[in-house]
Structures are given as structure tokens and as C-alpha cells.
Design a protein around this ligand. Sequence first.
Ligand SMILES: [Zn+2]
Length: 740
Amino acid sequence: MARKWSRIWEEERVYEADPKEGLPKYFLTAAFMYPNGPAHVGHARTYLIPDILARFFRGLGYNVLFPMGFHYTGTPILALAEGLATGDPQYVSNVAKVFQVESEELMKLKDPVDVARFFHEISKKAMKLYGLSIDWRREFTTIDPEFKAFIRWQFKKLLDSGYLTRGSHPVGWCPRHNMPVGMHDTKDDVEPEIDEVYLIKFAGLDGLNYVVATLRPETVLGVTNIWVNPNVKYCIASVETSRGTDTWVLSCEAAKKLGFQRNVEIVREVSGEDLIGRKAVNPVTGRVIQVIEASFVDPKFGTGVVMSVPAHAPYDYVALRDYVLNKKSGSWEGLEPIPLIKVEGYSDIPAKDAVERLDIKSQEEHILLDNATKEVYRVELESGVMRSDLANLIEQEVIKGARDFILNEISGVPVKEAREKIKNFLLSNGFGDLMYDVMNAPVYCRCGTEIVVKIVKDQWFINYGDTGWKKLALEALSKIRLVPEEARTQFVNTIYWLREKACTRSRGLGTELPWAPGWIIESLSDSTIYMAFYTVIHKIREYGVPPEKLTYEFWDYVMLGSGEPDKIGVDRKVLEDLRREFLYWYPLDSRHSGKDLIPNHLTFFIFNHVAIFPESLWPRQIVANGWVLIQGEKMAKSRGNIFPLHWLVSTYSPDVVRLAIASGAEVESDLNLDIEVLDSTKAKLRSIHDLITSFSNVSDLSDVIGLPEKWLLSRFARNVLGAYEDLSKVRVRAACLKIF
Ligand SMILES: [Zn+2]
């Protein structure tokens, strides 16, 4: 039945939408897929929601456009093509099994474009059978010459607006591929979160510098000791700083990582064990402290050397308690927690309160300790105030003026303020430094190498850190309807948090930056305004406008209405028709993607729209749907738990799959899908079918409408109205439950 109807829809061109003056329009798009595998149940969900809306609005009399394209840009396809090219039968059969395709077919794929076309075609066929009401005339791939011309124009616009910069910035980096990596290049699509880690230099009495990493520089006043991990290899290295070369002690792993950010030369290695008992001086208080061992110290985070602040850091409190218990004397003498911050509802030692409340027994209880750390960190940042007696902690002035600084600038101020001030005080006096780290480490490149942070010089960046641009993006966001509305905070935070983003790669498919040959615009940067491209691509092909005529001036006219149409080299009537079609469909009425794209794609989508288009053409709605979990687990190629769409629709039929997805969870919630859910949905549809067919056997049908019939009609009308209201609010599951 599905095959029959999808064929008829195609023959009758029922989903091909052309401008119809006088009819209200509705234009919606979903994030196009990467064909580095077949469309799977995750796509099935993200595409079903707009399809349901498309059908809903058509039913209301709207002229609806729902197009689809394919994203070939970037490295994911390369990784798969490289794997297949090895011809390793184990690899090929594994891919074939996960994707439910034939090994022999895979063996024929010679290069990345072959791979992309193969999965593109499988996916497109499945989408048609699945019943997506797409206008396929407007389909394109991101390596089509027309699309490349469009992207070159977009980047010229960004350059002219001052939003593209060139310079040195920290980026996520694969040391093996030697290039920047973002979410689309990592295993399981994890966005590497890069942030600054503050470094504080404790001058050792042995002539070395113990450089500790911290997220809380304001607690330097309360340091009782320095931690190193006795089981870890440390390096003594000469490190480039803003004040010349300096000799640092840091874990060898940290030295290697830091080497991607500045010059680091390893002088020699020492064991953590060897460092224990050495002494160093607190740069602010002048107190002499000891190096003590602790197993919780992670050599991969920061420098692998940590300052101990037992009053305000649960890990430090517990590790010190362990240490004291193991000592013969069992005495805290010289290591007593030093209170720095007052917080309502806590004693002078908030770390102790949190540890005791959670009944944490040892420094190995990482989950509990992480929770305690988050709690103390949060309450102290939100409502903590620096104590007024802190100047008494100064034993000697290592930095001249430290006592006055603490007395006048730090005592009694909120933690938030103190953090910035102490950070700057240390930086400006040569005792502070910064490094970058991956906060959600470990994140792996698709090649299996762990991602580091590299300071990349002479790179092109999109400057999402531009404050004027952020303001515009926030303004646009304030007018966008979000589904769910709860996602707004995450959008706002992302807009504030975003900085320069490396926008080119040295390899992969895609569009070259016009003024920097060899640099390919990466996938999250060439997919921000392509919704506009759908409005005209079919006509560009229909009119036979060759790609070389798709100049900056051409797009300026079609997209922005600027410039002199007679001087573009394309028939004026054609230009005017394209312009008319674009203006008919734009702005975009609804944008759909998974919620994992909020911190990147969906926010970039807002930024780039406000950069290029006038306010009247800014997007109107964003719908971010939840994950699809397979038997409670996140879907991942590396787990092999992917339900490919072509397999789903041919095994269960499109109706079963659509109903299971639509009724399984409300749009923003995660949907758990497994064979049982599909089977029970099938049984349900079957029973509806049987009920309806059983009516055909009823012989005594009459036209009399009595009380029972009236009741039934009333219930029916109420459900229709309810479903209408639900769908108007994009409550797909609620509507589904009323209807089925
Ligand atoms: Zn790699």
C-alpha cells in the first residue's frame, strides 16, 4: 500500500509547491543529513515532525514547502571512504551489518563521493517510502557547483561585514589528522568544549615552578598544600610565557598538550613520588607549603598539579583527611582548612559540610565527590562573599602590595568579582597564566586519536564573539518561537558563550574559501542559511543559468534585492522571477533538528541569518526534538545500535514506524524505541484496521441520529478540535493520542 501511494504522489507531483499569490504559505525545513551512512531512526524522527506539520498546514489551506538536501561537506564521509578503501573484509562486513546494506555494494565504492551518493540514494528512496511530503525538485548536495557559488557569496558577505577574522585562536585539534575538529569530526558526534584553565605559579624552594591548574583562582588564599599524583610521570620543562622562558613542573601528558599551544621543551622526567615533600611559596600569601601525594589528581586535566583548598574544595578536604588519618600523629597541624568565603546555610568550611552530608568516605568516590564539588562551586559562585579578615592570611609579600590589594579589593566582595580580580592580579604580576583544555575530555576524533586544544595561527574564523553580532542574534532569538520554550536558556547561553570558530579545514569535501585556495569551508559553517537556497535552486536549473553566472552580484540581487539587475549577465526576467520566488517563501516558518544541534548548528543558523538578511526575513520558529534511544541507549555507530530507515520501513511499514515515533514521546522528550514498541504499534494499527473492516459487515445501518450517535459525533468533534490545538502548538504526541 505504501509503495502504491508513494508512487502516485510522485506521479501526481502532489508535494511540489510553487508560489500561489493569495494563498498563505508555510515553509519548513529539517537539518539535512550526512550521507556517511543511511538515514536512520534519528532522522526518521526529526523529519517526521515537520512532515506532520506540513500535512497539518496543507489541511488548513496553506501552500506548504518542505524540501530536502544532502550534506556532503566535511570529513565524516572521508573517514568511512578511507575505511572501505582498505578493503578489510572485517571492516566492510561490519559496516554492512550496522547499516543493513550488502557488502558487495560497499566494496564497489571507490571514493568519498561514491560513498555519499550511495547512501544518499538509499536514504532518499527510504524517505519517499516513509511518506515524507517533500518537494524533490529542490534537492541538492553541498558539492553542487550552484551551492558552492551560494556559499562563496555568503562568506564574502560575512567578510564584508567584518564577521570573518584571521588570526590565532584555540581550536579542538586532532594531532593525527593535523587539523581542527568539531562535532561532526568526532566519534559519536561530541562537540569538544574548549575553555580556559587558570594557572598559578608557586615558586619552589628547589628552584622549580609548581604550576597548578584551577577553575577557582580566588581560592589561592586558602591553599594548605600542593597535590601531585605519586603514580604519574611528571616533566620538568622549559615553557614559553609572556615574560620569557620559565621552568615548570607539570605532568608529562600536560606538557605534551601544552606543546600544541606554545613552545614547551622537556628538560627531564621525574616521578610524582620524587616531588613529594618539596616546598613552594604561595604567591599571594607568602606561606610556605608542602607537596603531598593524592591519587585523585588527574594528569590529563590542566597541568596535573593541583593546589589544595580544603575549606572550599571537597576533593581537597577528603584527600587531606585521608592523608591525616594515615599519618602517625593523626594531626591536622599546619594543614587546617582556611576559611575564605561566607555562604548562607553553610559553616566556615562548606566543603566539609557537603562531604559529610553525602557521607563521602574516600577520595576514590568520584561520583559523590563530583556532586559535592559542583554544589560548593555553584553556591559559592552564586551567593558567596569573600571574608573580611583575609588580609591576615598574608605572611610575607611575594608580590609587593599584596596585603593592600587583599584588604581593599578582595575582602568583603562577591566571589564572582574576587575571581576576576585575583586572576588579573596574578596575571599582571607574572604569577598567573592561562592554558586551554577540553572540558568534556576525553573527546576522540573519528580516527581514534584524543582531541587536544591547539592555538592555530593564520586561520580563518567566524567571529561569533563579536558583541554587536551577539546583540542582533539575541534580538532575533527573542522573536523566535521555540519548541520547547525551555530550550531558550540554552540558546541564550550559547550566544553569550560562543567565540571565534575555525571555519575551514585542509581536507574534506566542500567549498573553497574564495580568497584562500586549499582551505575548505567546514560543515557547520556551510549549513547556516541553505534554507534560502531551496527557494530558487530548481529554477536556476530549469532556466539553465550556468554556475559561473552565479556571481556575488547575482546573489545580491536574488537574496537581498540590491544591485542593478541589467548588469548581472543573467536575463532580467529570470532574476526577477527568482527574487519573487525567494520572497514568496522567506522567511522560514519552522526549522527542525535534534536538540543536540542547539549549541552549534541552530545557534549558527540564527547568527548567520541576522548577519545576511534584513529583520523581516529572520526565522520564525525552531523545533528541537529529543534523542531516539534504542533500548534505553543513545544510538551510535560505534555501538552498532542503529535502526536504518530503509530497514525500518521495509520491515514494519511506514505507518507503523510513523505512529510509533509520533506517539512514543512528545517532541522535546527522548523517545525510546525497540522491537517491542514497533510490534505493539503494529498490533494497534491492525486492530484499528480490523475494527473499520468489521463495520462493512454491519447490515442494519440506519440514518437516524439518536443520542448515542450524537454523543459519538460530539466526542469526535472534540478530538478534532483538540488535535488542531495540539498541532498548532507542535504537540505531536498529544494530537496523536487523541486521533489514534
Ligand atoms: Zn583524527
